[in-house]
Ligand binder design. Structure first.
Ligand code: 6PG
Length: 470
C-alpha cells in the first residue's frame, strides 16, 4: 500500500502539465503525475531537478492513493470530452473535500455544466486559466483561478509559489465565481489574437511597403521593446526575425506558410461577446483574418485577378516608421479596452463578480499579453474599480490623444498601398464610434420601423413610437 505523501497530482503530462508540475517541485512540493502515455511519465521523472520529489504513475488510482487529503489534483488535458471522461474516471476514487482543477482552455459553458454536475458530489471544482506557454509553466505563469472559494483558499499558497512575480507580487488571484477562471482566460486569448493580428499587419507594412529586411525588423522591434511598447509579444517577434531555418538558407519566418491555425478560444470570445452583446471588433477581425488566411488557393487566384500593386513608401520612411510605432501602440490599447469592457459587462451578466483590478494586476507578468501597458491599466482601475472602459480614464486618454494622428496616417497609407490592415482599421473605427456622441443609428431605427414596424425611441420624450412611413 502506498502512503499518501504527495501534495499535488497532475493528470496529463504534456509540456504544460509536466512543466507546471516541475515548477511546483522546484518550490518544495512533492508532486505526482499521470498520463495514459507512459513515456510522458518517464519524461517527467527524468526532467526533475535533483533533490525534488517528482513521481510518475501508470494509473489514476495509484496517483489518488498517494495524495495527501484533501487531495489536490489538476487536469491539463485537451479541452472537450476528455475532461468529462477524466472526471468520471476520477469520481469513484475521490473523497469528500477533494479538489479537482481544470487547468486547460475549456469553454466556460462546459465548465458551468461540470460545476452543476459536481455540485452534489462534495468535490471542490475549480476552473483555472493558465497562461505563459510551456516556458511560463516551468518558470512562472499567470494563473487565473475561479469558482469554489474554499478550494481557492487551500490552493493559494502553492499557486502563489509557482506563479510569475511582478515586484514580488504573485500573478495569481481569485477571478470570480463559477467558471470565471476559464472566462477570464478566454478573454485573455481574445486579446492575444487581436494584438498578434495588429503586429502582423505592422510587420506586413514594414516588410512590403517600407522594405525592411529581417535584420532591420529585428533592430526595430528591439528598439520598440525598450520603450513604451515593451511587451512579451513584441519581444518574441523581435527574436523570430533572426531565427535561421534549418532546412534552407533563409530565415524561418519566410519559410512558414501563411495559413494560421487556431484552437478556438479567440472565436469563443467573439461568439460570447456577440451573445451578450458587447462589441469587440478588433478581436472579431483577428479571428476572421486567421480564417481568411486558410483560403490560400482562392487568395492566390484573386491576387492574379486583381493584381494588387504595393505602393512603397517614399522619402519619409523614418517618419512613417515612427507613425507605425504610435499607431500600433494606439491600436494595442484598443484591444485591451475591448477585452476589458467585455469582462466588465460579462461579469454581472454571468454572475461571476470578476475583479477587473486583479485581472490587470495578474496579467502584468507570466502571461502572453503581458506588457508595460498593464501598469497603466492597473493605475486606472485603482482609481475606479468599476471602470466601464479604460478609454474613459483621463490619464490614459491623454496618451491616446497623442497617438491618434499616427493611427489615422497608418490606416490611410496601408489601405492606399493595398496592404490589408483590417485590425488597425477596426481599432480606429471602434475608437471613433466609441467617441461619437450621436451615432447614425437613428437612421437604422427609422429603416427598421419603416419596413418592420420595430418601433423607435425619441430624443425629446420617453416611450416607444411607431410611424406609418408610407
Ligand atoms: C497562453 C496561450 C495558450 C495557447 C493558446 C493558443 O496564454 O499561454 O494563449 O493558451 O497558446 O491556446 O491558441 P490558438 O491555438 O487558438 O492560437
Amino acid at each position: 500500500m502506498n502512503t499518501p505523501s504527495f501534495d499535488f497530482g497532475m493528470i496529463g503530462l504534456g509540456v504544460m502539465g509536466r512543466n507546471l508540475l516541475l515548477n511546483m517541485a522546484d518550490h518544495g512540493y512533492a508532486v505526482i503525475g499521470f498520463d495514459k502515455d507512459l513515456a510522458k511519465g518517464t519524461a517527467l521523472e527524468s526532467a526533475a531537478s535533483p533533490g525534488t520529489a517528482v513521481k510518475a504513475v501508470s494509473t489514476l488510482a495509484e496517483m489518488v492513493q498517494q495524495l495527501k487529503t484533501p487531495r489536490k489534483l489538476m487536469m491539463l488535458v485537451p479541452a472537450g470530452p476528455i475532461v468529462d471522461s477524466v472526471i468520471s474516471d476520477l469520481l469513484p476514487l475521490l473523497e469528500k473535500g477533494d479538489i479537482v482543477i481544470d487547468g486547460g482552455n475549456s469553454h466556460y459553458k462546459d465548465t458551468l455544466l461540470r460545476i452543476n454536475f459536481l455540485e452534489d458530489k462534495n468535490i471542490h471544482f475549480m476552473s483555472m486559466g493558465i497562461s505563459g506557454g510551456e516556458h511560463g509553466a516551468r518558470t512562472g505563469p499567470s494563473i487565473m483561478p475561479g469558482g469554489d472559494q474554499l478550494a481557492w483558499q487551500q490552493l493559494k499558497p502553492i499557486l502563489e509559489a509557482v506563479s510569475a512575480k511582478v515586484n514580488d507580487t504573485p500573478c495569481v488571484a481569485y477571478m470570480g465565481k463559477a467558471a470565471a477562471g476559464h472566462y477570464v482566460k478566454m478573454v485573455h486569448n481574445g486579446i492575444e489574437y487581436a494584438i498578434m493580428q495588429l503586429i502582423s499587419e505592422v510587420y506586413d507594412i514594414l516588410k512590403r511597403q517600407v522594405g525592411l529586411t529581417n535584420d532591420e525588423l529585428h533592430s526595430l522591434f528591439k528598439k520598440w521593446n525598450e520603450g513604451e511598447m515593451q511587451s512579451y509579444l513584441i519581444e518574441i517577434t523581435r527574436d523570430i526575425f533572426l531565427k535561421e531555418d534549418e532546412l534552407s538558407k533563409n530565415r524561418l519566418v519566410d519559410m512558414i506558410l501563411d495559413k494560421a491555425g487556431s484552437k478556438g478560444t479567440g472565436k469563443w470570445t467573439s461568439q460570447d461577446a456577440m451573445d451578450l452583446p458587447v462589441p469587440i471588433p478588433t478581436i472579431d477581425i483577428a479571428v476572421a483574418m486567421r480564417d481568411l488566411s486558410v483560403f490560400k488557393d482562392e487568395r492566390v487566384a484573386a491576387a492574379a485577378l486583381y493584381k494588387p500593386r504595393i505602393k512603397t513608401v517614399g522619402p519619409h520612411k523614418e517618419k512613417f516608421i515612427h507613425q507605425l510605432h504610435d499607431g500600433l501602440y494606439f491600436a494595442t490599447i484598443i484591444c485591451y479596452a475591448q477585452g476589458l469592457a467585455l469582462l466588465h459587462n460579462a461579469s454581472p451578466a454571468l454572475q461571476m463578480d470578476i475583479p477587473l483590478p486583479d485581472v490587470v494586476r495578474i496579467w502584468r507578468g507570466g502571461c502572453i499579453i503581458r506588457s508595460s501597458l498593464l501598469e497603466l491599466f492597473m493605475t486606472a482601475f485603482k482609481k475606479d474599480k468599476q471602470l466601464a472602459n479604460i478609454l474613459l480614464n483621463k490619464k490614459l486618454s491623454s496618451r491616446i490623444k497623442k497617438k491618434q494622428a499616427a493611427i489615422r496616417k497608418v490606416v490611410q497609407q496601408g489601405s492606399s498601398a493595398r496592404i490589408p490592415v483590417a485590425g488597425l482599421m477596426s481599432a480606429l473605427a471602434y475608437f471613433d464610434a466609441y467617441c461619437t456622441e450621436r451615432m447614425p443609428v437613428n437612421l437604422v431605427q427609422a429603416q427598421r420601423d419603416c419596413f418592420g414596424a420595430h418601433t423607435y425611441q425619441r430624443v425629446d420624450r420617453e416611450g416607444s413610437f411607431h410611424t406609418e412611413w408610407e
